[in-house]
Design a binder for this molecule. Sequence first.
Ligand code: ATP
Ligand code: MG
Length: 392
Amino acid sequence: MYSSFLIKYGEIGIKGNNRHVFEDALCRRIREALKPLDGEFDIKKERGRIYVNCSGDWHYDETVTRLSRVFGIVGICPVVVLEASNFEALREGVVAYIGEEYPNSTASFKVKARRVNKSFEMKSMEIDAELGGAILEAYPSMHVDVHNPDILIDIEIREFIYVYSKIIPGPGGMPVGTGGSATLLLSGGIDSPVAGWMVAKRGVTLDAVYFHAPPYTSERAKQKVVDLAKEIAVYTGPIKLHIVNFTDIQLYIYDTCPHEELTIIMRRYMMRIAEHFAKENHSMGLVTGESIGQVASQTMQSLMTTNAVCTLPVYRPLIAFDKNDIVAKAKEIGTYETSILPYEDCCTIFVAKHPVTKPNLKTIEHSEMHLKEKIDDLFKEAIDTTEVIYVR
Ligand code: ATP
Ligand code: MG
């Protein structure tokens, strides 16, 4: 029945001169999201509206699923396109549409016509009244409610006539590419994929950095992170994933620094390396999945100590989220099942029995002085041996 979708997008931030930038980015993202599917999709921008016209061997469900993951889309309206040049043909088409979409319905409805093509034989208000009557006659169990209808039937009369009444919710947010770029510290856990998703939802393009520690962490742990990046890329488009071999730095810290400070010092090196790649990629900030008090390395004191090595802003969208809420979000966006696969993480292997929970910056900086001899070489080597994977 359907051959087209009307895409509704939010108004915030798109007014004024930037509107076309937003719309073009949204069209690009829609095109990219539908590209792997069978069928042809023509994405058209028309007077403040975006239409996706579908033809060939396309499938309704998978098209809707793909569209519902494009940030910037607030609603997806399946549209019936009628080639009706007079009211009689319009009436026939709309009555058939209602019968098919709402069989045996007892719902209330309202017709709202808009005549863009002024050569159509009837005015908008007349169309509303006449079509309302025709629907009542065809389906007497339905009734009209002009104030609070269950079903609002939109009719747009242009070259063709567009009929729609359903709005499938989209994810909201802004199209990726309109909000700058950031580098996500992506671990195999539950939190960081959600953090990346949230920032991307505001229109930010993502790169990612993963620290692994072979042979202490396995190929499967690495594959899990690649899989998580793929799951986020469904929403964000391609992600450049940097896989840093962190083993030698971790061992050196382990051999040289007080064990209760291992995690903090290690996290400071993660941030430094992530920032290196962020700057190389002209990224405007770092993103982590940290949340206040979740673990010893995420107390306010620990966050302050970790943050002290960064010059770029660090975005922590989950900072005030409870774990339950993060888990719910991970399930909603589809990363949870991968995140809970039981492969070890480099943080869990070199962990002290009693990590500091209130690290002192001066003390930590003093401990790091002991790394002076080899750390620069190890840092450089970690960067030089980093593997880059383009995840899509
Ligand atoms: P997550 O569930 O995302 O793994 P977590 O609760 O395990 O988080 P930490 O291990 O303290 O928390 O890590 C805090 C943040 O640091 C993570 O959310 C992530 O952004 C980053 N991070 C931790 N380990 C790694 C890693 N191996 N590679 C890349 N980033 C990491
Ligand atoms: Mg983790």
